[in-house]
Every structure is written in C-alpha cells, then in structure tokens.
Design a protein around this ligand. Structure first.
Ligand code: ATP
Length: 237
C-alpha cells in the first residue's frame, strides 16, 4: 500500500468527526470515498494532508513514512501529496499562469517545472488559452482546472481531491474526470471524495462508503454500484 490509514480519529474541539477510519491505497490506483453531508469525507482528506490533527492512536503511513511526523507543507513538498480542497481557493487577482507558478515557489528543479506546466496545459488546453486571465474571472469549471493544475505542480505522487465535480455542469464534470484520468496515467495516485456517488464510482476502481465518521462498506466500484444498500442510500434507488 502506498497510503495506509489505520484507526484514524479526528475531533474538532469536542466534536468527534472520525471514529477509527481505516483504508489503504496502492500506488497508481484511483479510489473514492463516498458519503452524505457531514459523514467525514473532507475531514479524512484534511487529516492526510495534516491540516487537522489526528488523535492519539491514529496511524497513517505514506510510502513507508509516518505521516504524523510531517507538517502540512512537508506532506506536499517532501512526500508529494497534494490536496485540492473544496472551494478551490485560488488567488482571484492573479492570472492562471501566476497561480500555477506560485505553486512551484518551493521547487528548484526548473526543467521539471517546465515539463509539469506543459503537462497541465496539455491536459487542460482551456487554461493555455487563458494563461494571462485573472483566475477570479474564470468559469467555475475553469477555476477547478486551475486548482487541479496547481495541485499537480506541487505534488505528483498522490492527489487528494475534495468534490472535484461540485458546481460543474455535466459536460464539464465529464471532462474534469477525463483530465483526472490523464493525470493518473501520468503516474499520480488519486484519492477523491464525492457526494456524487455514481460519478465517483464510475471513475474510481474501488470505493469506500463513510457514515458518521466510520467506513461501513468497501469494495470494487462495480460491486458498490450494484450493492442494494449503496443503491438505496447513495444512488437514488
Ligand atoms: P460535506 O460533504 O458536507 O462536505 P463531509 O463528509 O466532507 O461533508 P466533514 O466536512 O468531514 O464532512 O465533516 C465531518 C463532521 O465534522 C461534521 O459533523 C462537521 O460538522 C464537522 N466539522 C467539519 N469541519 C469542522 C470545523 N472546522 N469545526 C467544527 N466541526 C467541523
């Protein structure tokens, strides 16, 4: 397993959000976590990227290293794990290119930066056309492309994606998922969380269902798409 999460507990003040979440991802996989509002999907990603602390007893290993030893900036810069949070958080006054370049400030490998930028622009040709446009004036889908591109520029071993389909029109959603497949084929493992369970399960090879801070079902996407309980609760019957 490239990422192993074991018995992950997280609380916000006194509110427990995760109660012993356990799952793993092998290198190169696309895996999704689906669940209702407030089930703990975003919190799981935040714990992996170390944005929220894990409670004692939790264990997370990435490529044989203890994630709990790493502060958030080193999870990205040293381990290559990037996080695309819900809501994108771009610098609206900066151009597309500036947003992408800002992501590389900690990198010194110029030829590789150029190569990664070229890959981002080849996956998202719309961004190449709009490289000098302020990010705040892009459509929602284009902003999501910048957010994904920026994450790719910072960490390419594994990408954590929080609701990449949120707010996107159906066609834009499909092209976003096609782009994510290309990023995966270029060597990035993908963990995504989604409320759009059907879309997520069509895209990912395996999935986990989280309810009230606990993983309750796991399996291959095909099996989950046909599971009566999953169908009833998450796929609209
Ligand atoms: P959604 O799909 O609505 O984003 P989610 O599955 O991602 O939901 P989380 O955002 O992980 O769920 O929330 C899990 C629980 O933790 C919820 O009960 C939520 O209210 C709580 N929570 C999340 N963020 C905070 C915070 N910053 N402070 C306090 N409680 C929080």
């Amino acid at each position: 397993m490239q990422l192993m999460v074991e018995n992950l507990h997280v609380a916000y003040d006194r509110i427990r959000a995760l109660h012993g979440v356990t799952f793993g991802i092998a290198e190169g996989e696309i895996v999704c976590i689906i669940g209702a509002n407030g089930a703990g999907k975003s919190t799981t990603l935040r714990a992996i990227s170390r944005m929220v602390p894990a409670l004692p007893g939790s264990r997370m290993d990435f490529e044989g290293r203890n994630l709990l030893d790493y502060p958030p900036e080193k999870v990205v810069s040293q381990l290559g794990v990037s996080h695309v949070p819900e809501g994108r958080r771009l610098f609206g006054n900066l151009t597309v290119m500036e947003n992408l370049k800002l992501a590389t400030f900690a990198r010194k490998d110029r030829p590789a930066i150029k190569r990664d930028l070229d890959l981002v622009f080849s996956i998202f040709p719309r961004l190449a056309e709009r490289e000098s446009q302020p990010a705040g004036t892009l459509s929602g889908g284009e902003q999501q492309m910048v957010a994904v591109g920026r994450a790719y520029m910072t960490g390419r071993r594994m990408m954590l994606l929080d609701e990449p389909s949120m707010g996107l029109a159906p066609l834009m959603m499909l092209s976003m998922f096609e782009a994510l497949k290309e990023i995966n084929q270029a060597g990035t493992t993908i963990l995504l969380v989604e409320q759009n369970a059907r879309l997520a399960l069509k895209f990912a090879r395996r999935g986990y269902v989280i309810e009230n801070g606990r993983i309750v079902i796991e399996g291959d996407s095909g099996a989950l798409l046909n599971d009566p309980g999953v169908k009833k609760a998450y796929l609209g019957g």
